[in-house]
Ligand binder design. Structure first.
Ligand SMILES: [Zn+2]
Length: 327
C-alpha cells in the first residue's frame, strides 16, 4: 500500500516542479531533454545535478546521490520517508484527511463482496454509488495507509479515525462522505449508525439542492440514494430525525429560491413506534411557524423511503404520495 501511495504522489508532483519550487535553475539543457544544474544537496561549484524530467529522476555526479522526488525531499530536508511524503503533499497542496479517507474507502468497496451485496440489498446501483462517492471501511487497514501518506498517528486519533488502542474505528461499515464528517453504516453486528466526533454538519449536499423551490427531506442516506436513483434530485437528508440549528436555518432561508417561499416535503420513516412521524410533525410545525410551506408525507406503514423503493415502489407511486394531502 505504501508503494501505491508513493507512486501516486510521484505522479502528482513532478520532480522538476518541486526542484524549481526550491529555487533550482537548470544551467544546461541536453537535447535528450535532460537538465544539468547546481546540486542542492551539497556545496556545488559547477553544475553536477542531472535531472531527467521525463523519468522524474535525478542523479548528482558530485555527491553521488540520486533517486525520485521523495528521495530528493528526504535528502534535502533531512527527514525520513513518511515525513518526506507529508512535506511533499503539503507543498503540492494535495489532499486533506477526510477526502483521502473517502477515496481509500471508495477503492475498497470494489474489493469486498459483502459490501457490494449489502448495497444491492438496499437497492443501490452503480451510478448512485459513484455519484455519492460511497465507500467501504473493511477495518484494520486505514491506519497503515494514512501513515504511509505521511499523516501522524496523533492526527488520526484526534480525527476519531483510529481509536486509543490504535485500531481503525470504522470497520465493516458502508461509508458516505459528508462535507466535514463521514457517516458509517454498519453491515455487521455493531451499532448501526456512526459519525466521527464533531458536528454532522448541515443538510446533505445542500449546495446542490438549495435552489429548488420544492425540496424533499428524508432521514437517511439510503433513503436519499434510492430517491436520487428514481429521478428525484431535489432531495436532501437530515441524518437522523433531529435537525441541528444549521440544518434548520438552511431550510428556512427563503431568499434562495427566487424570493418565493420554499415548499418542503418531509418524508420521514413510518416506523412502528411512530418516532419518525412524531419528529416530522414537530418539525413541520416549526417550519410552518417560520413561514415555510411544509407537507408531511406518509409512507405505507412500516416503510421508509428506502424500503418503499426496494420493495417495488416506483417514482410515479412516490409522486402520488407526495401530492396526496396529508394534513
Ligand atoms: Zn550533489
Amino acid at each position: 500500500m505504501s508503494w501505491q501511495a508513493a507512486d501516486l504522489l510521484k505522479q502528482q508532483i513532478p520532480l522538476l516542479d518541486y526542484l524549481q519550487g526550491q529555487g533550482w535553475k537548470p544551467a544546461q539543457r541536453a537535447a535528450s531533454g535532460r537538465l544539468l544544474g547546481l546540486c542542492l544537496l551539497h556545496p556545488d561549484q559547477r553544475p553536477s545535478l542531472l535531472v531527467d524530467p521525463s523519468k522524474n529522476l535525478f542523479y548528482c555526479y558530485g555527491c553521488g546521490r540520486g533517486g525520485d522526488v521523495i528521495r530528493l525531499a528526504e535528502l534535502y530536508h533531512g527527514v525520513r520517508f513518511a515525513e518526506a511524503m507529508a512535506l511533499l503533499r503539503h507543498w503540492g497542496g494535495i489532499g486533506s484527511l477526510l477526502p483521502d479517507v473517502a477515496r481509500f474507502y471508495q477503492l475498497h468497496l470494489q474489493r469486498h463482496a459483502e459490501a457490494a451485496a449489502y448495497l444491492m440489498q438496499r437497492g443501490l446501483q452503480a451510478k448512485v454509488i459513484e455519484e455519492l462517492r460511497i465507500g467501504y471501511a473493511p477495518g484494520r487497514c486505514l491506519r497503515g495507509w494514512l501513515m504511509s501518506l505521511g499523516y501522524p498517528l496523533a492526527d488520526l486519533q484526534q480525527a476519531g479515525l483510529v481509536n486509543a488502542e490504535g485500531y481503525d474505528t470504522y470497520s465493516h461499515r458502508i461509508v458516505f462522505p459528508l462535507e466535514q464528517n463521514l457517516y458509517g453504516r454498519s453491515i455487521g453486528a455493531a451499532v448501526p449508525h456512526r459519525f466521527l466526533p464533531g458536528s454532522k454538519g448541515g443538510l446533505y449536499a445542500w449546495q446542490k439542492v438549495r435552489h429548488y423551490p420544492e425540496i424533499i427531506v428524508v432521514e437517511g442516506l439510503f433513503d436519499l440514494a434510492v430517491l436520487w436513483q428514481a429521478g428525484f434530485h431535489n432531495v436532501t437528508c437530515t441524518l437522523g430525525t433531529h435537525l441541528n440549528a444549521l440544518q434548520f436555518r438552511q431550510l428556512c432561508a427563503d431568499h434562495e429560491c427566487g424570493g418565493k417561499p420554499r415548499s418542503v416535503y418531509l418524508v420521514f420513516d413510518s416506523d412502528p413506534n411512530g418516532s419518525g412521524q412524531k419528529a416530522a410533525q414537530s418539525l413541520s410545525q416549526r417550519l410552518r411557524a417560520a413561514g415555510i410551506n411544509t407537507r408531511r408525507v406518509e409512507l405505507p406503514a412500516g416503510h421508509d423511503p428506502n424500503s418503499f423503493f426496494v420493495s417495488g415502489g416506483n417514482a410515479a407511486e412516490f409522486r402520488c404520495l407526495l401530492e396526496k394531502p396529508c394534513q
